[in-house]
Design a binder for this molecule. Structure first.
Ligand code: ADP
Ligand code: MG
Length: 708
């Protein structure tokens, strides 16, 4: 069925004929059901998380390209993306070096000449006839003092005019699966797809001026203009929040005042351990620990969130709670989002138990362990030879039987969905639940988003901590930065260098881990060991590198953001971030949190390759080390509704919604959910039926697989 064209005359369609279809079931056909998509392409789609037509439709663009009017060559500035229109001045020259083929050309208009360069696009040379008038669109860089447009798209003039003014979706891509293929597949899916029946009550849509569902889905992919895009997005953000808040409220009902069979005593060994730690707990840590201990002894199931900025010392509070659990004859589990982090927590808990002579046995469970290793770990868990279990989400996915699972902790909660958290909670009947997060969410929002949890805040940094010293520098500063790293390494310290990419890409101009490592090895003295780490490496390999870095065998670690979450190597004092302009502020703050974790003065060097454009934003980080302040300043700078920039939080399980910029919608949703649950908690009213159905679908999708 071809969707009816929507007439937009003045007002955008809040309610329309568009969504009167009768179908509520989503299209679960594999993407191969689309024309032109075979097994090979399907495998590539799988890499970006798309298996079914339904997934494809919900794989929203990351950004939009606005094809703007061509600019005179004289007006071009470095770093920006522009279109220019003009005549090719001479035949293109083709060069080869390092397995790469380079095509060089130049174009001119009345205001000047612009160099053009393409890598590995041999078929282009034939198109580039001298004298031809063409439109080129791409990013402008400066090479040897001259402006060069790199890898521009080439259009005949009429072709460019046809797309001018429109917004083209830009999707997350993978090698071999480019934007064009994805865009075409989405268009096909939308055209052949059947309508989903609108499930939000009409009155609600009228009240908040929310687009009709099918309209919103279509226009999030293919908006004609910014107004349409914002309109579509608002509806989908509303939905994301709506079902999230609904499921949080349901969780709350389930746990409220539930009795727990695990009533734990405060053990003297825990107090003794606290007194023997190499540092004194901060007042905030003590306060939070006592809140946790009170919950554990209360006879009711604990559901608590510990919020604390990076480096505030959340781990030790969690570990003390786990130790107390173990000493009470129960099991405790710690679930973390990455294998690197799991291993690190496992090792530090094991070491702690050894150092302080605690009779507590810890096991590790991760996806990359061999079948035999897993079997052994499972046996130890089932026989209660293990008291503390540390792992990734393998803890819920794998067939693990616990003996007396009384406490479940998830670290860096923002990486797990509500469903996963619930699934782990359900593994232990009546188990206490503690979640830890570094996302600096204002209290009013936290109460909505974590409505099912009591909240404890660690709002104090360890006293011996020197604040990280920051600088934002242009790329020309690199030499100095390397000298600085060398000096720190010679003083016994270590450094991280972060690059946004794993390997060189034709399309994206940004530093990559593999090439950067080679460069650094050359630039730094031979005795300094430089290694790299990225998400595409095998887990075993990653672990080995991380362990060697933690042990001080590697001095400089060149890495993607895989080190972003939770990694703790207190001896590392330098965090150098290449292409800092490409990261969100929250992410930069997390990255910076990897240093300044020990006694030594630490430094964060943010290399800004985009110039003035990014400076103001990065200056916020330069000024402050406080996550809350950074989040609020970022919001001011961007203004609500401005989501074209980098996402601030990129967390929880929202695809589109941003808890900061969309805070207003979140609050509306919260009120509406309250009203709905009061008036019609069973979704019995005619206008709520479909909503109820949709909620069940949502819950089905968001909860992890259970093996009880
Ligand atoms: P986060 O809150 O980011 O998870 P961690 O718990 O990893 O932070 O703690 C960061 C570092 O601070 C660790 O090396 C830890 O041993 C240390 N630490 C924790 N609490 C204190 C404290 N009260 N005084 C000094 N150092 C502490
Ligand atoms: Mg942590």
């Amino acid at each position: 069925m071809q969707p009816a064209a929507v007439q937009i005359s003045g007002r955008l369609p809040v309610v329309s004929e568009y969504g009167k279809g009768t179908v509520t079931i989503m299209n679960q056909e594999p993407v191969t059901s689309l024309k032109g998509i075979g097994e090979k392409t399907a495998a590539l789609f799988r890499k970006i998380g798309v298996e079914t037509v339904e997934d494809l439709i919900h794989n929203y663009p990351r950004a939009y390209d606005a094809y703007e009017e061509p600019v005179p060559v004289g007006k071009l500035t470095e770093g920006g993306i522009f279109a220019v229109s003009g005549q090719l001045v001479k035949a293109a020259s083709v060069k080869r070096f390092n397995h790469m083929q380079l095509i060089l050309a130049a174009m001119k208009d009345l205001t000047g000449i612009l160099q053009l360069a393409w890598y590995n696009l041999p078929y282009l040379a034939a198109t580039l006839q001298p004298g031809k008038i063409l439109v080129f669109r791409g990013r402008v860089a400066r090479k040897n003092g001259r402006l060069v447009m790199e890898q521009p798209e080439v259009f005949a003039r009429e072709a460019y005019e046809a797309v001018m003014g429109s917004m083209q979706p830009v999707y997350g891509q993978t090698k071999g699966l480019g934007n064009k293929v994805i865009t075409k597949a989405v268009a096909q899916a939308l055209d052949q797809g059947e309508m989903v029946r609108e499930y939000l009550p009409e009155a609600l849509r009228e009240k908040y001026q929310l687009a009709e569902y099918n309209y919103a889905i279509r226009h999030i992919h293919f908006p004609e203009n910014r107004t349409e895009l914002l309109f579509a997005r608002k509806r989908l953000v509303f939905d994301e929040f709506f079902f999230f808040v609904l499921s949080v409220r349901r969780l709350k009902e389930q746990h409220q005042d539930a009795a727990s069979p695990y009533v734990m005593k405060e053990m003297p060994q825990v107090a003794e351990l606290v007194s023997r730690l190499p540092y004194r707990l901060t007042g905030a840590q003590k306060k939070v620990l006592s809140e946790v201990q009170k919950d554990l002894g209360s006879g009711l199931v604990m559901n608590r969130l510990i919020q604390g900025d990076v480096g505030s010392g959340k781990t030790i509070v969690a570990v003390l709670a786990l130790v107390q659990t173990a000493l009470n004859g129960c099991q405790g589990a710690l679930m973390v989002p990455t294998e690197v982090l799991a291993r690190q927590h496992y090792e530090s808990i094991t070491r702690l138990a050894e150092d302080y002579g605690l009779d507590v046995r810890t096991v590790l469970v991760t996806g990359s362990m061999t079948a035999k290793e897993k079997r052994l770990a499972y046996e130890q868990i089932a026989d209660h030879q293990a008291d503390i279990i540390v792992g990734t989400h393998a803890l819920i996915q794998e067939k693990i039987r616990y003996d007396r699972l009384a406490l479940v902790i998830t670290d860096e909660q923002h990486r797990f969905g509500v469903g996963q958290r619930q699934a782990l909670g359900e593994k232990g009947c009546g188990a206490h639940v503690l979640v830890m997060s570094a996302t600096p969410i204002p209290r009013t929002l936290a109460i909505i988003l974590y409505g099912d949890l009591d909240i404890s805040v660690i709002d104090e940094m360890p006293a011996d901590r020197l604040p990280v010293k920051n600088c934002v520098v242009p790329t020309s500063y690199r030499d100095k930065a390397y000298q600085f790293i060398e000096k720190e390494v010679q003083a016994g310290r270590q450094a991280y260098v972060i690059c946004p990419m794993v390997e060189a890409s034709e399309l994206i101009q940004a530093e990559n881990v593999l090439d950067y490592t080679k460069v650094l090895r050359q630039r730094l003295p031979e005795e300094i060991s430089v290694e790299y780490l990225h998400g595409k490496m095998k887990p075993k390999e990653k672990n080995r590198i991380m362990e060697r870095f933690a042990a001080g065998e590697i001095q400089v670690l060149v890495s993607t953001t895989v080190v972003e979450v939770g990694v703790n190597v207190p001896n590392a004092t330098v965090m150098m971030i290449e292409n800092a302009e490409r990261f969100g502020l929250a992410q930069l703050h997390q990255l910076r949190g990897r240093v300044g974790r020990g006694r030594h003065q630490s430094y964060c060097i943010m290399v800004n390759a985009a110039g003035q454009e990014a400076q103001e934003r990065l200056d916020i980080l330069n000024r402050s080390n406080d996550g809350f302040y950074i989040a609020s300043e970022d919001l001011k700078l961007r203004g609500p509704g401005d989501f074209f920039g980098l996402r601030q939080s990129g967390d929880l399980e929202f695809k589109l919604a941003d808890i900061f910029t969309d805070a207003g919608i979140l609050k509306q949703v919260s009120q509406e959910v309250d009203r709905l649950l009061q008036e019609d908690p069973d979704f019995g009213a005619q206008e709520h039926r479909l909503l109820g159905k949709r909620l069940l679908e949502y819950l089905g999708k968001s909860s992890g697989t259970l093996n009880l």
